[in-house]
Design a protein around this ligand. Structure first.
Ligand code: R5P
Length: 296
């Protein structure tokens, strides 16, 4: 049996995974020194056990540090195997060198997890598969498609059309289009800085479409805002956004609704900062639990 622990960043999702597995969940215990430095401890004893640590690594970076310390604690205490479930892997957008002299946070994070002692990583809807080339440990990537499928079917949209907000998201949106045998529209995202959308060019016929934008992340909301504006301007009947990781920096949902979105659908890989009747949250717990069952 796997011993489940959830960290500060993933308490609610950890609880849902534990319920799915009908297993107890323990909390990664943390203590702060007076200067703010973190210390982590795992109780009960993990000697000889297969330990699963559930912790997303969205900011602040203490979430990542807590995870590294917990992996170390598990290994120091003689855990036989450490599986990390990072439902949202922060720093994953930093998957390559954008500028000479810049850092590549995603690669560094992978090295840190490995050196702390992780044996296996399970993560959800990575920004791009490029990062996995740097994983020199077993990993499993879970798509949110199975989580969103049922709801999309229930909507019974007459002119269902999937939209990739940028070239990087094309394969992700194409998987939905293929599953539903629906059209796919791709956008070009123009940026002045990496990960800061300044304009969107929609390529394809959208008049009368019931558009569903598929993206991995809503951060500032700028990407979805610009895509929605363009789709509406070009005659889309309805526009919805299905995005896995609800980072929501700033007052995202107000600006998105102003752009004319019907609704925003996200998962629980990151706790929702701004609950609203226009935002639906679908849990990734069933598919995470399923992958842990197969591992046990
Ligand atoms: C970037 O390429 C990602 O796939 C997302 O589109 C992006 O991170 C969303 O960020 P924001 O909400 O700040 O536009």
């Amino acid at each position: 049996m796997i011993q489940l622990y959830a960290g500060t960043a993933s308490q609610a999702l950890g609880q849902r995974v534990a319920e799915q597995l009908s297993q107890p969940l323990s909390t990664i215990q943390t203590h702060r020194f007076s200067d703010g430095e973190l210390y982590a401890k795992l109780k009960p004893s993990v000697e000889g056990a297969h330990v699963c640590l559930i912790q997303a690594t969205y900011p602040p970076t203490d979430h990542l540090m807590e995870l590294l310390l917990a992996i170390d604690a598990a290994k120091q205490a003689g855990a036989h195997l450490v599986t990390v479930v990072a439902p949202y892997l922060g720093y994953a957008r930093q998957d390559r060198l954008h500028h000479r002299g810049g850092s590549v946070g995603g690669l560094l994070q992978a090295k840190l997890l490995k050196s702390a002692g992780l044996d296996r990583l399970i993560t959800c809807e990575l920004h791009s598969q490029r990062l996995t080339a740097s994983f020199d440990f077993p990993w499993l990537h879970l798509s949110s498609l199975p989580t969103f499928l049922t709801y999309i079917k229930q909507l019974q949209l007459p002119r269902l059309t999937f939209v990739a907000p940028d070239r990087g998201g094309e394969a992700r949106a194409r998987a939905y289009a293929q599953h539903f045998e629906s059209p796919l529209i791709c956008c070009n995202k123009l940026k002045e800085h990496p990960h800061q959308a300044t304009a969107i060019q929609v390529q394809g016929e959208v008049k009368g479409a019931d558009a569903i934008i598929i993206d991995d992340i809503i951060d500032t909301g700028r990407t979805v805002y610009l895509v929605t504006q363009q789709l509406k301007a070009q005659g889309a009947r309805t526009v919805r956004a299905f995005c896995t990781h609800a980072l929501f920096s700033g007052d995202v949902h107000t600006q998105l609704l102003q752009a004319g979105l019907e609704e925003i659908v996200v998962t629980d890989t990151v706790p929702l900062k701004q609950p609203s009747r226009h935002i639906q949250v679908h849990s990734m717990a069933p598919i995470i639990a399923q992958s842990l069952r197969q591992e046990a």
